[in-house]
Design a protein around this ligand. Sequence first.
Ligand SMILES: [Zn+2]
Length: 347
Amino acid sequence: MTVPSDDELLFLALGGAGEIGMNLNLYGHAGKWLMVDLGIAFGDDSMPGVEVIMPDPAFIEERRENLVGIVLTHAHEDHLGAVPDLWPRLRAPVYATPFAASVLRRKLIEAGLIDAVPIKEIPLGGKFRIAPFDLELITMTHSILEPNALAIRTRFGTVFHTGDWKIDPEPLLGELTDEARLKTIGEEGALAMVCDSTNVFVEGEAGSEATVRANLEKLVKTRKSRIAVTCFASNLARVESIAKAAVAAGRHPVLAGRALQRMVDAAQECGYSSISRPASMNARRVTCRGTRPCSSALGARVSPAPPWPSSPTTTTETSCWSRATPRSSPRASFRATSARSAGCRTP
Ligand SMILES: [Zn+2]
């Protein structure tokens, strides 16, 4: 399998198959390899001290002269988070839609690789060729802007690679799922569907962002004190929902966390103008009460206020929206810093 022959179409997952995170998929045909996604996974309680895990790219690194490109389906960390660390071992052009490209550029600037990595932007729904593969992006819905499925066409037929997806009839930000293209691809016929969707085996519907927004507005109006909300920095529809809920209740939303600010900046750069950049809250502290986020999210490290057991305030980053209060507030005990963004598997 060193070099895929002309009469075979290979699928090889070096990460992300049967596990959560660190997606690295390879398709091989006619002497060439195409990579789909290059992400990280996050450590959990079974791996103390480990924050980030990456797939082992040794197989394709040894064959990188035959790696024709790296296509990123979307901007979640488990799909592009390993690019700054692993690209120097691969050195292939990277293809992404504008939002993922914008997020990646910001990471590459931090990594000092912005001038080294060739990024080719593909419009939503774009068709392009990375020989010997003909590719088409199909717009999906998920919990991030511009999630894409990928139709990978060869002379043998089409493989439909979904990326992450959640059918949401009201995503509130970004495009709807391109159901017409999905039907067309289905009618044309596909050799295989390579599919990634958390909780796909749980029966029922995941619900829409529109439902979350309506309930958040009701909930925020019932509270009297300062409110801190954590969420995935990349879930900009949720960020917008939180901000709208704050404004509807006569509150001032405040943004905390470098990853969150980076995502809002990327969205604005790509023309998602409904995301306005609120005031930032840096290097100050806020006491947080309420439900803890999942254990692997950095928000879990926010120092809890009593009645939780007291512990030293931890340096962390989280997305936080609260009623603006004077910087001299003695209640402030949460610090937002430049720690690396992390989070649980997206819903
Ligand atoms: Zn995702």
